[in-house]
Design a protein around this ligand. Structure first.
Ligand code: SF4
Length: 472
Protein backbone atom coordinates (compact mmCIF):
# COMPACT_ATOMS: atom_id res chain seq x y z
CA UNK A 1 0.00 0.00 0.00
CA UNK A 2 1.14 3.50 -0.67
CA UNK A 3 0.14 7.17 -0.58
CA UNK A 4 -1.44 7.01 -4.05
CA UNK A 5 -3.74 4.15 -3.08
CA UNK A 6 -4.69 6.00 0.10
CA UNK A 7 -5.65 9.10 -1.88
CA UNK A 8 -7.66 7.03 -4.34
CA UNK A 9 -9.32 5.10 -1.51
CA UNK A 10 -10.59 8.31 0.07
CA UNK A 11 -12.30 9.18 -3.23
CA UNK A 12 -13.50 5.73 -4.26
CA UNK A 13 -12.65 2.31 -2.80
CA UNK A 14 -12.84 0.72 -6.23
CA UNK A 15 -10.31 3.18 -7.63
CA UNK A 16 -7.75 2.20 -4.99
CA UNK A 17 -8.30 -1.46 -5.84
CA UNK A 18 -8.03 -0.81 -9.59
CA UNK A 19 -4.90 1.32 -9.13
CA UNK A 20 -3.32 -1.57 -7.29
CA UNK A 21 -4.66 -4.61 -9.14
CA UNK A 22 -6.54 -3.41 -12.24
CA UNK A 23 -5.46 -4.21 -15.79
CA UNK A 24 -3.57 -1.03 -16.70
CA UNK A 25 -4.50 -1.39 -20.38
CA UNK A 26 -8.02 -0.21 -19.43
CA UNK A 27 -6.73 2.88 -17.65
CA UNK A 28 -6.90 6.10 -19.65
CA UNK A 29 -4.30 8.86 -19.31
CA UNK A 30 -5.75 11.71 -17.30
CA UNK A 31 -4.84 15.31 -18.15
CA UNK A 32 -6.03 16.32 -14.66
CA UNK A 33 -3.28 14.29 -13.04
CA UNK A 34 -0.68 15.76 -15.39
CA UNK A 35 -1.92 19.33 -14.81
CA UNK A 36 -1.84 18.73 -11.07
CA UNK A 37 1.77 17.52 -11.25
CA UNK A 38 2.92 20.53 -13.27
CA UNK A 39 1.13 23.00 -10.96
CA UNK A 40 2.55 21.20 -7.97
CA UNK A 41 6.11 21.43 -9.22
CA UNK A 42 5.79 25.10 -10.13
CA UNK A 43 4.43 26.15 -6.76
CA UNK A 44 6.89 23.98 -4.79
CA UNK A 45 9.75 25.40 -6.78
CA UNK A 46 8.57 28.94 -6.08
CA UNK A 47 8.24 28.20 -2.37
CA UNK A 48 11.79 26.83 -2.21
CA UNK A 49 13.25 29.59 -4.43
CA UNK A 50 14.29 26.93 -6.91
CA UNK A 51 16.26 24.91 -4.30
CA UNK A 52 14.34 21.75 -4.99
CA UNK A 53 16.03 18.40 -5.63
CA UNK A 54 15.13 14.76 -5.97
CA UNK A 55 15.60 11.73 -3.73
CA UNK A 56 17.55 10.67 -0.68
CA UNK A 57 20.75 12.51 -1.66
CA UNK A 58 18.85 15.79 -1.49
CA UNK A 59 17.86 15.04 2.12
CA UNK A 60 21.44 14.15 3.03
CA UNK A 61 22.66 17.39 1.47
CA UNK A 62 20.05 19.33 3.40
CA UNK A 63 18.39 21.03 0.47
CA UNK A 64 15.37 23.18 1.20
CA UNK A 65 12.87 21.18 -0.86
CA UNK A 66 12.95 17.46 -1.69
CA UNK A 67 10.62 15.70 -4.13
CA UNK A 68 10.38 12.20 -5.58
CA UNK A 69 11.42 10.37 -2.42
CA UNK A 70 9.85 6.99 -1.72
CA UNK A 71 10.11 5.68 1.83
CA UNK A 72 9.24 2.08 2.70
CA UNK A 73 8.30 0.95 6.18
CA UNK A 74 5.86 -1.01 8.33
CA UNK A 75 3.00 -0.01 10.51
CA UNK A 76 0.38 -1.79 12.63
CA UNK A 77 0.54 -5.59 12.53
CA UNK A 78 3.51 -5.36 10.16
CA UNK A 79 1.64 -4.06 7.15
CA UNK A 80 4.08 -3.05 4.42
CA UNK A 81 3.68 0.50 3.28
CA UNK A 82 5.36 3.10 1.14
CA UNK A 83 4.98 6.85 1.31
CA UNK A 84 5.64 9.23 -1.58
CA UNK A 85 5.56 12.68 0.01
CA UNK A 86 4.75 15.34 -2.58
CA UNK A 87 7.33 17.63 -0.97
CA UNK A 88 9.62 17.52 2.05
CA UNK A 89 10.37 20.96 3.39
CA UNK A 90 13.48 21.58 5.49
CA UNK A 91 12.95 23.03 8.94
CA UNK A 92 14.72 23.44 12.28
CA UNK A 93 15.30 20.30 14.34
CA UNK A 94 17.58 17.32 14.75
CA UNK A 95 17.45 14.30 12.49
CA UNK A 96 19.79 11.52 11.39
CA UNK A 97 21.13 13.91 8.75
CA UNK A 98 22.18 16.67 11.16
CA UNK A 99 20.72 19.76 12.75
CA UNK A 100 17.70 19.98 10.51
CA UNK A 101 14.72 17.84 9.65
CA UNK A 102 11.93 17.68 7.08
CA UNK A 103 8.20 18.26 7.27
CA UNK A 104 5.81 16.66 4.76
CA UNK A 105 3.90 19.08 2.53
CA UNK A 106 1.04 18.66 0.06
CA UNK A 107 -0.30 20.84 -2.71
CA UNK A 108 -3.88 22.08 -2.60
CA UNK A 109 -5.85 23.22 -5.61
CA UNK A 110 -8.68 25.56 -4.60
CA UNK A 111 -9.59 26.81 -1.14
CA UNK A 112 -10.73 23.74 0.73
CA UNK A 113 -8.39 21.58 2.79
CA UNK A 114 -9.86 18.10 2.52
CA UNK A 115 -9.52 14.71 4.21
CA UNK A 116 -7.24 13.75 1.33
CA UNK A 117 -4.68 16.41 2.33
CA UNK A 118 -4.91 15.64 6.04
CA UNK A 119 -4.59 11.87 5.66
CA UNK A 120 -1.74 12.21 3.16
CA UNK A 121 0.21 14.33 5.69
CA UNK A 122 -0.62 12.09 8.63
CA UNK A 123 0.39 8.93 6.73
CA UNK A 124 3.63 10.54 5.54
CA UNK A 125 4.46 11.70 9.06
CA UNK A 126 4.20 8.15 10.45
CA UNK A 127 6.86 6.64 8.16
CA UNK A 128 8.93 9.81 7.71
CA UNK A 129 9.29 10.27 11.47
CA UNK A 130 10.88 6.83 11.85
CA UNK A 131 12.95 7.23 8.69
CA UNK A 132 14.57 10.56 9.58
CA UNK A 133 14.69 9.66 13.29
CA UNK A 134 12.88 12.78 14.27
CA UNK A 135 9.30 13.25 15.37
CA UNK A 136 6.96 15.23 13.14
CA UNK A 137 4.39 17.42 14.85
CA UNK A 138 2.98 19.17 11.84
CA UNK A 139 2.59 19.08 8.07
CA UNK A 140 1.96 21.81 5.52
CA UNK A 141 -0.72 22.43 2.94
CA UNK A 142 0.53 24.65 0.14
CA UNK A 143 -1.68 26.58 -2.23
CA UNK A 144 -1.39 29.53 -4.52
CA UNK A 145 -3.86 32.35 -5.19
CA UNK A 146 -2.93 34.93 -7.75
CA UNK A 147 0.81 35.11 -7.43
CA UNK A 148 0.97 34.45 -3.73
CA UNK A 149 2.01 31.13 -2.18
CA UNK A 150 0.07 30.23 0.98
CA UNK A 151 1.19 27.87 3.72
CA UNK A 152 -1.25 26.26 6.09
CA UNK A 153 0.09 24.38 9.11
CA UNK A 154 -1.71 21.18 10.05
CA UNK A 155 -1.04 19.76 13.50
CA UNK A 156 -0.78 16.01 13.25
CA UNK A 157 -2.35 15.18 16.58
CA UNK A 158 -3.13 11.75 18.02
CA UNK A 159 -6.74 11.83 16.84
CA UNK A 160 -5.75 12.42 13.22
CA UNK A 161 -3.02 9.76 13.33
CA UNK A 162 -5.50 7.26 14.79
CA UNK A 163 -8.02 8.09 12.11
CA UNK A 164 -5.52 7.58 9.32
CA UNK A 165 -4.40 4.25 10.81
CA UNK A 166 -8.01 3.05 10.74
CA UNK A 167 -8.37 4.16 7.12
CA UNK A 168 -5.11 2.38 6.24
CA UNK A 169 -6.42 -0.81 7.84
CA UNK A 170 -9.61 -0.59 5.76
CA UNK A 171 -7.54 0.11 2.66
CA UNK A 172 -5.41 -2.94 3.37
CA UNK A 173 -8.53 -5.07 3.74
CA UNK A 174 -9.94 -3.64 0.50
CA UNK A 175 -6.76 -4.38 -1.45
CA UNK A 176 -6.79 -7.97 -0.23
CA UNK A 177 -10.44 -8.53 -1.19
CA UNK A 178 -12.50 -8.57 -4.39
CA UNK A 179 -12.97 -5.54 -6.60
CA UNK A 180 -15.41 -3.17 -4.84
CA UNK A 181 -18.66 -2.00 -6.46
CA UNK A 182 -18.84 1.10 -8.64
CA UNK A 183 -19.28 4.18 -6.44
CA UNK A 184 -22.83 5.42 -5.85
CA UNK A 185 -21.71 8.99 -6.41
CA UNK A 186 -20.93 8.83 -10.11
CA UNK A 187 -19.91 12.51 -10.20
CA UNK A 188 -16.59 11.28 -8.86
CA UNK A 189 -16.11 9.28 -12.07
CA UNK A 190 -15.92 12.28 -14.39
CA UNK A 191 -12.20 12.85 -13.85
CA UNK A 192 -11.22 9.27 -13.04
CA UNK A 193 -8.77 7.39 -15.24
CA UNK A 194 -10.88 4.22 -14.89
CA UNK A 195 -14.08 5.87 -16.09
CA UNK A 196 -14.35 3.98 -19.39
CA UNK A 197 -13.77 0.66 -17.67
CA UNK A 198 -16.44 1.33 -15.02
CA UNK A 199 -18.92 2.89 -17.48
CA UNK A 200 -18.92 -0.31 -19.53
CA UNK A 201 -19.72 -2.44 -16.48
CA UNK A 202 -22.39 0.03 -15.28
CA UNK A 203 -24.15 -0.08 -18.63
CA UNK A 204 -24.02 -3.88 -18.83
CA UNK A 205 -25.52 -4.14 -15.34
CA UNK A 206 -28.19 -1.48 -15.90
CA UNK A 207 -27.00 0.92 -13.19
CA UNK A 208 -29.66 3.51 -12.46
CA UNK A 209 -27.05 6.25 -12.03
CA UNK A 210 -26.36 5.85 -15.78
CA UNK A 211 -29.66 7.59 -16.44
CA UNK A 212 -29.35 11.33 -16.89
CA UNK A 213 -30.83 13.14 -13.87
CA UNK A 214 -30.56 10.12 -11.51
CA UNK A 215 -27.98 10.68 -8.80
CA UNK A 216 -27.15 8.45 -5.84
CA UNK A 217 -30.11 9.65 -3.72
CA UNK A 218 -32.74 9.14 -6.44
CA UNK A 219 -31.21 5.76 -7.30
CA UNK A 220 -31.58 4.73 -3.65
CA UNK A 221 -35.18 5.94 -3.57
CA UNK A 222 -35.96 3.92 -6.69
CA UNK A 223 -34.25 0.84 -5.26
CA UNK A 224 -36.29 1.01 -2.05
CA UNK A 225 -39.34 1.01 -4.32
CA UNK A 226 -38.24 -2.16 -6.06
CA UNK A 227 -36.71 -0.52 -9.15
CA UNK A 228 -33.13 -1.70 -9.12
CA UNK A 229 -31.96 -1.29 -12.73
CA UNK A 230 -32.58 0.57 -15.98
CA UNK A 231 -34.58 -2.33 -17.46
CA UNK A 232 -37.10 -2.28 -14.59
CA UNK A 233 -37.26 1.52 -14.76
CA UNK A 234 -37.92 1.47 -18.52
CA UNK A 235 -40.88 -0.88 -17.97
CA UNK A 236 -42.50 1.27 -15.24
CA UNK A 237 -45.88 2.92 -15.47
CA UNK A 238 -45.44 6.73 -15.45
CA UNK A 239 -48.31 7.47 -13.06
CA UNK A 240 -47.34 4.77 -10.56
CA UNK A 241 -43.71 5.83 -10.59
CA UNK A 242 -44.70 9.50 -10.17
CA UNK A 243 -46.51 8.60 -6.95
CA UNK A 244 -43.29 7.11 -5.60
CA UNK A 245 -41.31 10.24 -6.42
CA UNK A 246 -43.07 12.59 -4.01
CA UNK A 247 -39.74 14.22 -3.10
CA UNK A 248 -39.98 16.07 -6.42
CA UNK A 249 -43.31 17.61 -5.28
CA UNK A 250 -45.40 18.90 -8.20
CA UNK A 251 -42.72 17.83 -10.69
CA UNK A 252 -43.04 14.18 -9.70
CA UNK A 253 -45.04 13.00 -12.75
CA UNK A 254 -42.89 14.98 -15.15
CA UNK A 255 -39.74 13.50 -13.57
CA UNK A 256 -41.19 9.99 -13.70
CA UNK A 257 -42.01 10.37 -17.38
CA UNK A 258 -38.52 11.73 -18.21
CA UNK A 259 -36.72 9.00 -16.23
CA UNK A 260 -38.72 6.25 -17.93
CA UNK A 261 -38.25 7.68 -21.42
CA UNK A 262 -34.57 8.28 -20.74
CA UNK A 263 -34.17 4.65 -19.61
CA UNK A 264 -36.07 3.40 -22.68
CA UNK A 265 -33.89 5.50 -25.01
CA UNK A 266 -30.71 4.35 -23.23
CA UNK A 267 -31.62 0.68 -23.64
CA UNK A 268 -32.98 0.86 -27.19
CA UNK A 269 -30.42 3.33 -28.54
CA UNK A 270 -33.30 5.29 -30.09
CA UNK A 271 -33.85 9.01 -29.38
CA UNK A 272 -37.24 10.27 -28.27
CA UNK A 273 -38.57 13.56 -29.62
CA UNK A 274 -40.21 15.91 -27.14
CA UNK A 275 -42.52 18.20 -29.06
CA UNK A 276 -40.88 21.62 -28.93
CA UNK A 277 -42.11 23.01 -32.20
CA UNK A 278 -42.21 26.67 -31.18
CA UNK A 279 -38.65 26.85 -29.83
CA UNK A 280 -37.23 25.08 -32.87
CA UNK A 281 -39.24 27.26 -35.27
CA UNK A 282 -37.85 30.34 -33.45
CA UNK A 283 -34.38 28.87 -33.62
CA UNK A 284 -34.67 28.25 -37.35
CA UNK A 285 -35.99 31.74 -38.03
CA UNK A 286 -33.25 33.37 -35.99
CA UNK A 287 -30.45 31.39 -37.62
CA UNK A 288 -31.58 31.15 -41.25
CA UNK A 289 -29.82 34.33 -42.34
CA UNK A 290 -26.53 33.58 -40.64
CA UNK A 291 -25.09 32.99 -37.17
CA UNK A 292 -21.89 32.57 -35.18
CA UNK A 293 -20.82 29.62 -33.11
CA UNK A 294 -18.72 30.67 -30.16
CA UNK A 295 -16.53 28.59 -27.86
CA UNK A 296 -13.99 29.51 -25.17
CA UNK A 297 -10.94 27.67 -23.77
CA UNK A 298 -9.96 28.74 -20.29
CA UNK A 299 -7.81 28.11 -17.26
CA UNK A 300 -10.33 28.35 -14.41
CA UNK A 301 -7.66 28.41 -11.70
CA UNK A 302 -6.05 31.51 -13.17
CA UNK A 303 -9.40 32.93 -14.29
CA UNK A 304 -7.85 33.29 -17.72
CA UNK A 305 -9.75 32.70 -20.98
CA UNK A 306 -6.88 32.03 -23.36
CA UNK A 307 -8.81 31.38 -26.56
CA UNK A 308 -12.08 32.71 -27.97
CA UNK A 309 -13.14 30.86 -31.12
CA UNK A 310 -15.78 32.11 -33.60
CA UNK A 311 -17.17 30.08 -36.46
CA UNK A 312 -19.06 32.14 -39.03
CA UNK A 313 -21.98 30.41 -40.77
CA UNK A 314 -23.87 32.24 -43.50
CA UNK A 315 -26.51 29.52 -43.66
CA UNK A 316 -27.00 25.84 -42.87
CA UNK A 317 -26.18 24.85 -46.44
CA UNK A 318 -22.67 26.34 -46.47
CA UNK A 319 -20.07 23.64 -47.09
CA UNK A 320 -17.84 22.90 -44.07
CA UNK A 321 -14.71 23.80 -46.06
CA UNK A 322 -16.12 27.27 -46.79
CA UNK A 323 -16.81 28.19 -43.17
CA UNK A 324 -14.64 30.89 -41.66
CA UNK A 325 -13.18 30.18 -38.25
CA UNK A 326 -11.55 33.01 -36.33
CA UNK A 327 -9.53 32.21 -33.21
CA UNK A 328 -8.69 35.10 -30.87
CA UNK A 329 -5.78 34.15 -28.65
CA UNK A 330 -5.39 35.96 -25.37
CA UNK A 331 -1.83 34.88 -24.56
CA UNK A 332 -0.87 37.54 -22.05
CA UNK A 333 -4.34 38.11 -20.65
CA UNK A 334 -4.34 41.50 -22.34
CA UNK A 335 -8.03 42.19 -21.82
CA UNK A 336 -8.36 45.53 -23.62
CA UNK A 337 -6.96 44.32 -26.95
CA UNK A 338 -8.73 40.95 -26.80
CA UNK A 339 -12.10 42.42 -25.88
CA UNK A 340 -11.81 44.93 -28.74
CA UNK A 341 -11.34 42.09 -31.25
CA UNK A 342 -14.26 40.08 -29.81
CA UNK A 343 -16.64 43.02 -29.93
CA UNK A 344 -15.50 43.84 -33.44
CA UNK A 345 -16.45 40.33 -34.62
CA UNK A 346 -19.75 40.27 -32.74
CA UNK A 347 -20.82 43.64 -34.11
CA UNK A 348 -19.68 43.04 -37.66
CA UNK A 349 -22.98 41.11 -37.97
CA UNK A 350 -25.21 42.89 -35.46
CA UNK A 351 -28.30 40.81 -36.06
CA UNK A 352 -26.68 37.39 -36.02
CA UNK A 353 -27.42 35.06 -33.13
CA UNK A 354 -24.49 33.46 -31.29
CA UNK A 355 -24.79 29.71 -30.67
CA UNK A 356 -22.87 28.17 -27.80
CA UNK A 357 -22.97 24.97 -25.74
CA UNK A 358 -23.39 25.55 -21.98
CA UNK A 359 -23.52 28.76 -19.98
CA UNK A 360 -19.80 29.73 -19.89
CA UNK A 361 -19.67 31.62 -23.19
CA UNK A 362 -22.68 33.82 -22.48
CA UNK A 363 -21.44 34.67 -18.99
CA UNK A 364 -18.00 35.57 -20.37
CA UNK A 365 -19.49 37.95 -22.96
CA UNK A 366 -21.73 39.64 -20.35
CA UNK A 367 -18.63 40.20 -18.20
CA UNK A 368 -16.73 41.62 -21.17
CA UNK A 369 -19.62 43.98 -21.96
CA UNK A 370 -19.72 45.13 -18.32
CA UNK A 371 -15.96 45.62 -18.36
CA UNK A 372 -16.33 47.81 -21.44
CA UNK A 373 -19.03 49.87 -19.69
CA UNK A 374 -21.88 48.87 -21.98
CA UNK A 375 -25.25 50.24 -20.85
CA UNK A 376 -27.87 47.85 -19.38
CA UNK A 377 -29.86 48.04 -22.60
CA UNK A 378 -26.82 47.22 -24.72
CA UNK A 379 -25.98 44.27 -22.48
CA UNK A 380 -29.58 43.03 -22.70
CA UNK A 381 -29.57 43.26 -26.49
CA UNK A 382 -26.27 41.42 -26.70
CA UNK A 383 -27.40 38.73 -24.25
CA UNK A 384 -30.57 38.12 -26.26
CA UNK A 385 -28.44 37.10 -29.22
CA UNK A 386 -27.00 34.10 -27.33
CA UNK A 387 -28.65 30.70 -27.81
CA UNK A 388 -27.56 27.83 -25.59
CA UNK A 389 -27.81 24.64 -27.65
CA UNK A 390 -27.29 22.48 -24.57
CA UNK A 391 -30.56 23.81 -23.10
CA UNK A 392 -32.33 23.59 -26.44
CA UNK A 393 -31.42 19.98 -27.15
CA UNK A 394 -32.48 18.92 -23.66
CA UNK A 395 -35.83 20.61 -24.14
CA UNK A 396 -36.32 18.99 -27.54
CA UNK A 397 -34.94 15.44 -27.35
CA UNK A 398 -34.36 12.56 -25.00
CA UNK A 399 -31.19 11.01 -26.34
CA UNK A 400 -29.88 7.48 -25.70
CA UNK A 401 -26.96 8.90 -23.75
CA UNK A 402 -25.67 9.01 -20.21
CA UNK A 403 -25.28 12.78 -20.29
CA UNK A 404 -25.77 15.70 -22.68
CA UNK A 405 -22.20 17.04 -22.78
CA UNK A 406 -20.94 18.39 -26.11
CA UNK A 407 -18.62 15.41 -26.69
CA UNK A 408 -21.25 12.78 -25.89
CA UNK A 409 -23.98 14.31 -28.02
CA UNK A 410 -21.87 15.17 -31.06
CA UNK A 411 -20.02 11.83 -30.96
CA UNK A 412 -23.40 10.12 -30.99
CA UNK A 413 -24.25 12.18 -34.08
CA UNK A 414 -21.12 10.84 -35.74
CA UNK A 415 -18.86 13.87 -35.29
CA UNK A 416 -15.17 13.10 -34.95
CA UNK A 417 -12.52 15.41 -33.52
CA UNK A 418 -9.41 15.69 -35.71
CA UNK A 419 -7.24 14.91 -32.67
CA UNK A 420 -7.92 11.73 -30.71
CA UNK A 421 -8.93 11.56 -27.01
CA UNK A 422 -9.33 15.29 -26.58
CA UNK A 423 -11.20 17.24 -23.91
CA UNK A 424 -11.29 20.66 -22.31
CA UNK A 425 -8.77 19.40 -19.73
CA UNK A 426 -6.45 18.22 -22.49
CA UNK A 427 -6.63 21.72 -24.05
CA UNK A 428 -5.78 23.16 -20.65
CA UNK A 429 -2.85 20.74 -20.39
CA UNK A 430 -1.59 21.94 -23.81
CA UNK A 431 -1.98 25.54 -22.65
CA UNK A 432 0.17 24.88 -19.58
CA UNK A 433 2.72 23.14 -21.81
CA UNK A 434 2.75 26.20 -24.10
CA UNK A 435 3.33 28.52 -21.13
CA UNK A 436 6.32 26.44 -20.05
CA UNK A 437 7.89 25.79 -23.46
CA UNK A 438 6.49 28.59 -25.67
CA UNK A 439 6.33 25.94 -28.38
CA UNK A 440 3.67 27.03 -30.87
CA UNK A 441 2.72 23.45 -31.65
CA UNK A 442 0.64 23.49 -28.45
CA UNK A 443 -1.24 26.60 -29.62
CA UNK A 444 -1.98 24.89 -32.93
CA UNK A 445 -3.41 21.89 -31.09
CA UNK A 446 -5.59 24.14 -28.91
CA UNK A 447 -6.88 26.06 -31.94
CA UNK A 448 -7.70 22.84 -33.81
CA UNK A 449 -9.49 21.53 -30.74
CA UNK A 450 -11.52 24.73 -30.36
CA UNK A 451 -12.44 24.76 -34.05
CA UNK A 452 -13.66 21.17 -33.76
CA UNK A 453 -15.74 22.10 -30.70
CA UNK A 454 -17.41 24.79 -32.84
CA UNK A 455 -18.00 22.30 -35.69
CA UNK A 456 -19.41 19.76 -33.22
CA UNK A 457 -21.83 22.43 -31.96
CA UNK A 458 -22.83 23.10 -35.56
CA UNK A 459 -23.59 19.41 -36.07
CA UNK A 460 -25.97 19.50 -33.09
CA UNK A 461 -27.68 22.64 -34.49
CA UNK A 462 -28.14 20.89 -37.84
CA UNK A 463 -29.60 17.82 -36.13
CA UNK A 464 -32.13 19.96 -34.25
CA UNK A 465 -33.29 21.72 -37.37
CA UNK A 466 -33.39 18.70 -39.69
CA UNK A 467 -35.06 16.24 -37.37
CA UNK A 468 -37.44 18.39 -35.41
CA UNK A 469 -38.90 20.13 -38.46
CA UNK A 470 -39.32 16.71 -40.05
CA UNK A 471 -41.15 15.31 -36.99
CA UNK A 472 -43.49 18.21 -36.27
S1 SF4 B 1 -14.71 5.43 -12.57
FE1 SF4 B 1 -15.89 5.91 -10.76
S2 SF4 B 1 -16.38 3.94 -9.86
FE2 SF4 B 1 -14.75 3.60 -11.30
S3 SF4 B 1 -12.92 3.72 -10.10
FE3 SF4 B 1 -13.26 5.74 -10.92
S4 SF4 B 1 -14.43 6.84 -9.38
FE4 SF4 B 1 -14.53 4.67 -8.88
Amino acid sequence: MNTLYLKSFIRCKRKAWLDSKGDKSYEVWSPHKAIDKINQFQIFSKLCNGEIYTGLRACENGYKGVIGLKIKGNFLQNINAEIRPQLLLKTKGISKWGSYKYLPAVYKLGHKTTKEHLFDLAFSSILLGTFQESKIEKGLVISSFGNKVNLEEIYLNKKLRKKVLNVLLSLNECLEGFMPEITQDRKKCTICSWQKFCDKEAKENGYLTDIDGIGSKTALLLKTNGISNTQTLAACNEKKLGEKLSKFNDQKYEKASTFIKQAQAYISGEPYCISNKKDIKDFFEKTCSGFYIFDIESNPDDKHDFLYGFLKINNFFTKKEDLIYEPILNLKNNKRETYRKIIEILFSQKEWPVLHYGETEKTAIINIAKNLNFSFDEIDLLTLRFIDLHTLIRKSWILPLKNYGLKKVSNWLGFEWMQKNVSGSKALYWWIQYQITENEIFLKKIIQYNKDDCLATLQIAEYLIKNQLKKN
